[in-house]
Design a protein around this ligand. Structure first.
Ligand code: FES
Length: 85
């Protein structure tokens, strides 16, 4: 956390009341993917406040402009391939 300035890419997890109950799995999944691909220096993880999309928890955004809800680990893998890898 807090490495966003140096990192080329930032993945934001909604850490609001609702999402934080559901996002552990996708968080772990993405962290593992980043690590396994040797991208730890390039990708930062940040938390963000409730995005007002609680019905779609868990919510995550890549660079704040690509926000998605109802993210499963499968979706997380796809997002990683599309935006990060
Ligand atoms: S808690 Fe994540 S959108 Fe509200």
């Amino acid at each position: 956390m807090g490495k966003a300035k140096k990192a080329e890419k930032v993945i934001y997890f909604c850490d609001g009341k609702k999402c934080c109950k559901y996002n552990k799995e996708i968080k772990d999944c993405l962290k593992d993917l980043v690590k396994d691909n040797g991208l730890k220096e390039k990708v930062a993880f940040e938390k963000m406040k409730c995005q007002g999309m609680c019905k779609q928890a868990p919510v995550l955004c890549i660079h704040k402009n690509e926000c998605v809800g109802k993210v499963s680990t499968k979706d997380a893998k796809k997002l990683f391939e599309k935006h990060i890898a």
